[in-house]
Design a protein. Structure first.
Lengths: 145, 783
């Protein structure tokens, strides 16, 4: 088990994404708002002739939203189910090696984190919650469409 | 290992597919050496491969076939029809086994021995030697497989991938083009780029064609469906398919598969009667379901008609009333078409009993929603007792949509052009807004329809006043109209639409997104979705239809008039009846220097009034187009205030002029435009077809270049000396001399003194005299 992980910070917590799921990290330019979209969708952004759906990772988990990023903010580009997303996170740390399988979090991580997380994974940069993309991009349950 | 196995299966299947035609050809001509070789290669490869894997049965089968074929190839045995059949059976069996292996199922039950035994030569073989297999080159080259057009099989996923890459290429090209424009690239780069661009367009067209599929693929499954359904329901139905060669985007075929199936179920379940009922009604025992596809412009029309009992409109109305969808009064007011359209309302059905086949009749609303989702429309016509016909109209492709880009709340959106019926400015004279509770209604030429503000629907800040907005009249697939108020219209564009992430699709108001040439993403609106959100679909019957006829404008006491502010800043009114249209034109289209001033509207030149006082706005000018039935003039205004009634007295103006008088409108005086005076002074006299003729000497250049325009402006048509008929007036000049003796003659002299002495002669620059003389002759002709 030596998966590589991208370590990011979401709402002040360390979280990890599998590098196999991460396309790249880019600086976001202008974001076009999508009226009436769920609040965790910040809008659409162009990337090399593709359209990205910009997701506020914290809000998508169900935590306090990060809010509109400034121009030039770096975001993690991920592909999921044929769509390309840009995840806006607090910080993008580094690529780290996974040192364990994802395990159950000892104690209570909180329902929101539990929903989007596949478990706690040990990395050479410390423990992080492994994010499940499908749960993340689906947004918190019960969000009015 | 799994990879190897998958490769083996794929290779085997590929060979079998390629072999399909060879087998049939071999069957027709067993002596064909080329075919024999191909089949031998196949069984040989299969044998070799399955020895590597552990498929003993496959191996023994292919081994047996290989042996038999090797005998034939060596000329020791002939290819008898019996052998052909046996080999074909083995090839089929191999196919079945490959399927089973791939699906991870048990291999088909035993019976291989029989197949292998069938390969054994028997005595009969020697009798029916078909031909010598090691024939000369003539047999070898006979019927080669490379016909005029070879086709290959491709996985559809690959095709979709290519299509999406090409779409991306187009977007990347647009992006590059924009950057090149911004950066001002060297012309030597521009040339190759243009070429690249052209080639890319060709590739895109070709790929679009590649994705086209004959609608046969959809039709193919229908006879079986109809057979099964009619057997289940105890009915006899014959299906008649037409236009299977019509081509449709593959994706579109998938999208309409379910709706089409549903319509057919409905037709057989509810439409076509039982045989006994049909006989009693004097029809043929067997019902007919006719499905026809045809291409009409860039749309595909699919008609599904049955000769069943038709839709019982009255029953539908009863049901709809019972279900609370419409009121009894509304139902009674519906016409035939309106009643039939009720089948698209949720939860209505005329089926007496709930059946397993078409359920409770829920579904036609879903069918309609699905068809609308792909930009299509659905219509139903029905004659009681004679049948029902459902018409689907679909766009050719899903991926490139002709669109209209609009602005709302400071943002750009796109909408499919197929919905757009008409675009009118909210400030136009024939538009009236009314509020009914929270709903906004708008009356456009006597039709009152719901008016939605796009900005409000999208929750964007501060929608502008409806009067200042542009109204896009949308016709929904059901035929219902509604108006969508947008801030402004930008452009018509062909957009490559891409799907949106599920989180955004979940809003139900977007159909996709695209990147514009400037590199910004723009959202494609789902018009039907917006209408549904605003509750315009579903209970449309009571909301929209019933008010359409009742929308006669409330009674007025005086003639309607338009209140506006002129360019001079004064309030003015003009009778509505005189207004043809209201237009906005660029200030550059106005020529103030000419007399009268003129404006270019569309591609015609109009005299322009209203410009006496005041500067023109810098960019755009609003103009009223006034018409008197024959000619039109334009009147420049600053802005429109309102439509009002001319109820009060008009205090007449003293002088003759543009002002007819002054009236009070809401207590404030306004100048009433005298349209009679306007037309008298501005409109050019209409050129009648039988204009009087004026003969000019052909050899006098002065007459042709300097005099002719004056005569034409006096309403004459110019003819020259060669004209055979009778001219109404002939101009004679000293230079040209007199010619022709018909009608009146005006002689023009270069010397004023000379003209004074000569009767009927005029000095050639005596403009007033000449015009008067021409007018006198003209009125004499008219009288």
């Amino acid at each position: 088990m030596n998966d590589l992980l991208v370590i990011v910070e979401i709402a002040g917590r360390r979280a990890a994404l599998r590098t196999s799921e991460v396309q790249s990290v880019v600086e976001l330019e202008a974001i076009s708002a999508v009226p009436r979209a769920p609040h965790f969708v910040l809008g659409l952004a162009p990337l090399r002739s593709n359209t990205l759906t910009v997701i506020d990772a914290a809000a998508a988990i169900g935590l306090a939203p990060h809010g509109q990023p400034d121009a030039g903010t770096r975001a993690v580009i991920v592909d999921h189910a044929g769509h390309r997303y840009a995840l806006v996170v607090d910080a993008i740390d580094d690529v780290a090696e996974a040192l364990s399988e994802p395990n159950r979090v000892p104690g209570d991580a909180g329902a929101d984190w539990e929903r989007v997380s596949e478990g706690l994974i040990e990395t050479d940069r410390g423990p992080a919650l492994l994010i499940s993309l499908s749960a993340l991009v689906a947004g918190p349950p019960g969000v009015p469409a | 290992m799994d990879d190897l196995l998958a490769e083996f299966l794929a290779e085997t299947r590929e060979m079998m597919t390629a072999l399909g035609g060879e087998l049939v050809a071999w069957e027709a001509n067993p002596s064909d050496r080329a075919r024999l070789d191909a089949i031998f290669r196949f069984v040989h490869t299969v044998k070799g491969n399955c020895g590597f894997f552990d498929f003993p049965r496959l191996e023994s089968l292919s081994h047996a076939a290989e042996d038999a074929l090797a005998e034939v190839r060596a000329g020791r045995r002939s290819a008898s029809p019996r052998l052909v059949t046996a080999v074909l059976a083995i090839v089929d069996r191999i196919g079945a086994m490959v399927d089973a292996i791939e699906a991870g199922e048990e291999l088909p039950s035993k019976g291989d021995e029989v197949l292998v035994a069938a390969l054994e030569p028997d005595s009969g073989d020697n009798d029916d030697i078909v031909a010598d297999c090691s024939d000369g080159p003539s047999a070898r080259s006979a019927n080669p497989a490379n016909g005029a057009q070879r086709s290959i099989r491709l996985p559809t996923g690959l095709l979709d991938g290519v299509m999406s890459s090409v779409s991306d290429l187009v977007l990347a090209r647009n992006d590059l083009a924009r950057r090149m424009r911004d950066a001002g690239v060297d012309p030597t780069v521009q040339g190759p780029f243009e070429r690249l661009s052209t080639i890319l367009d060709q590739v895109r067209e070709a790929v679009t064609r590649m994705r086209m599929q004959r609608i046969e693929h959809l039709f193919g499954a229908l006879p079986r469906l109809v057979r099964d359904l009619s057997a289940e329901l105890g009915k006899q139905v014959m299906i008649d398919l037409e236009g299977g060669d019509v081509e449709l985007d593959r994706e579109m075929i998938e999208m309409i598969r379910d709706p089409l199936t549903h319509i057919i179920r409905n037709a057989i379940d509810h439409g076509i009667e039982r045989p006994s009922h049909r006989l009693a009604a004097g029809k043929r025992e067997i019902g007919t379901l006719h499905i026809a596809a045809r291409q009409s412009g860039n749309r595909i029309i699919i008609a599904i008609s049955d000769d069943g009992r038709g839709i019982d409109g009255a029953r539908l109305v009863d049901k709809a009333v019972a279900a609370g969808t419409i009121t009894r009064a509304d139902g009674d007011a519906l016409d035939h078409g309106g009643r039939n359209a009720l089948i698209f309302e949720p939860g209505l059905s005329t089926a007496e009993a709930v059946t397993a086949v078409s359920g409770r009749g829920v579904g036609m609303d879903v069918v309609r929603a699905n068809i609308e989702r792909v930009g299509g429309s659905i219509e139903v016509t029905s004659v009681a007792g004679q049948g029902t016909s459902i018409l689907l109209s679909l766009p050719l492709t899903l991926s490139i949509i002709p669109s209209l880009t609009v602005g709302a709340g400071g943002q750009l959106f796109a909408m499919p052009r197929s919905y757009v019926e008409e675009i009118v400015h909210g400030g136009a004279g024939h538009i009236e807004f009314a509020r009914a509770g929270d709903a906004m209604l708008v009356t456009v030429r006597g039709k009152r329809v719901a008016c939605l503000s796009l900005a409000t629907q999208l929750g964007l800040a501060a929608p502008i006043r409806p009067e200042d907005s542009t109204l896009v009249l949308m016709r929904l697939a059901s035929g219902d109209l509604f108006a969508l108020a947008v801030d402004r219209i930008f452009d018509h564009e062909e957009l490559v639409i891409k799907p949106l992430a599920p989180a955004i699709m979940g809003t139900g108001i977007y159909a996709g997104s695209t990147l514009l040439d400037d590199g910004n993403p723009v959202l494609m609106l789902d018009i039907a979705g917006i209408a549904r959100k605003a509750k315009l679909i579903g209970d449309v019957q009571k909301r929209v239809r019933s008010v359409e006829e009742a929308a006669e404008v409330h009674e007025r006491r005086g003639p309607p008039a338009l209140l506006f502010v002129g360019l001079d800043g004064a309030r003015k009114v003009v009778r509505l009846g005189a207004i043809r249209r209201i237009e906005r034109i660029a200030a550059s289209c106005v020529d103030l220097a000419s007399d009268p001033p003129r404006a270019v509207i569309g591609d015609a030149l109009f005299p322009l009034a209203g410009t006496e006082a005041g500067e023109l706005p810098h960019e755009q000018v609003s103009v009223l187009r006034l018409g008197d039935g024959e000619s039109e003039i334009a009147y420049a205004i600053d802005r429109i205030l309102d439509t009002v009634e001319l109820s009060g007295d008009i205090a007449p103006a003293r002088g003759n002029g543009i002002s007819e008088g002054t009236t009070l409108i809401e207590g404030i005086p306004a100048e009433v435009i005298d349209t009679h005076w306007l037309f008298a002074s501005f409109a050019a006299p209409p050129r009648s077809l039988d204009a009087p003729l004026c003969r000019l000497p052909v050899d006098d250049p002065w007459a042709r270049t300097i005099l002719a325009p004056l005569i034409e402006s006096a309403g004459y048509r110019i003819v020259d000396d060669g004209f055979e008929g009778t001219a109404d007036v002939t101009i004679a000049t000293e230079a040209g001399g007199t010619c022709g003796d018909d009608g009146a003659v005006i002689t023009l002299c270069a010397d004023p003194d000379h003209a004074a002495h000569l009767p009927g002669a005029l000095y050639r620059y005596d403009r007033a005299g000449l015009v008067a003389a021409l007018a006198a002759i003209r009125s004499g002709k008219a009288a």
